[in-house]
Design a protein around this ligand. Structure first.
Ligand code: PEP
Length: 254
């Protein structure tokens, strides 16, 4: 079921970089990836860094992403940020349901779905994260877990919005651990996700949807992972804070 899909390489800076550090980092990243045409390059930055980074990436090939979004349009949700607020600051992408949010901040499949829908309704591209924990893989239920998360995240999401959906397959055991899934393991699960999309939206939609791999992707292993038929890019944590390494990953997407 392979076809030419545009790869998306997205950095997830997590809770790193003050606004002034963020400005510096994104300038250094841009210096390394300047002129990139073969894939989309995105940096998903802490909310407070958004204005500084938005200004720094204006007119460049680097696109701006956020790390979370609230599902309500507005109202009494102290400390939260809406999709329209992100949009107004020049944000184009937003990560939804990252495993750290599921693990530490009570994110559930239901709230992931609500956040994804709010992002899509505002015209943002939602990078929806799914992935099994180590014990779930060891129990042999990876396909079940990842299929369930994908289906629930896309509940009530119409086919017309699928062009703005990216699924990031991120095995929890591989995030920030230095343990990467093998090329084959990652490709197999991305293929399972693609099949879920085919079952729900049809083969054509499945051929078009961008499915990233994330979990200790780095300058050394990126080329192998990105050469697999079902892997259309990466969501990168640690290595996205190192401009030269991030640039190697961007090049590997060619
Ligand atoms: C992530 O934060 O989504 C991630 C994949 O982190 P790392 O690359 O550091 O494992």
């Amino acid at each position: 079921m392979s076809t030419k899909r545009r790869k998306v390489i997205a950095g997830n800076w997590k809770m790193n970089m003050t606004p002034s550090e963020a400005k510096e980092l994104v300038k250094n990243i841009y210096a390394e990836v300047k002129g990139t045409k073969h894939c989309d390059v995105v940096v998903c930055v802490p909310a407070i860094d958004i204005p500084a980074v938005a200004q720094a990436v204006r007119g460049t090939c680097v696109k701006l992403g956020a790390q979370n979004v609230h599902f309500a349009e507005k109202g009494a949700y102290t400390g939260e940020i809406s999709a329209n607020m992100l949009k107004d600051c020049g944000v184009e992408y937003v990560i939804v349901g990252h495993s750290e949010r599921r693990q530490y901040f009570g994110e559930t499949d239901e709230t992931v779905n609500k956040r994804a829908k709010a992002a899509l309704d505002a015209g943002l591209t939602a990078i929806i994260c799914v992935g099994e924990q180590l014990w779930e893989r060891e129990c042999g239920i990876t396909a079940e877990i990842v299929s369930r998360q994908t289906k629930l995240a896309l509940y009530d999401v119409p086919a017309e919005q699928l062009a703005k959906v990216i699924i990031a397959y991120e095995p929890v055991w591989a995030i920030g651990t230095g343990k990467t899934a093998t090329d084959e393991q990652a490709d197999e699960v991305c293929g399972i996700i693609r099949q879920v999309i085919a079952d729900k939206y049809g083969k054509d939609a499945a051929k078009k949807i961008v499915i990233q791999y994330g979990g200790s992707m780095n300058a050394k292993n990126a080329a192998g992972l990105l050469s697999m038929a079902n892997i259309d890019g990466g969501l990168i944590g640690g290595a996205s804070l190192k401009p030269a390494d991030f640039a190697v990953i961007v090049k590997a997407a060619q």
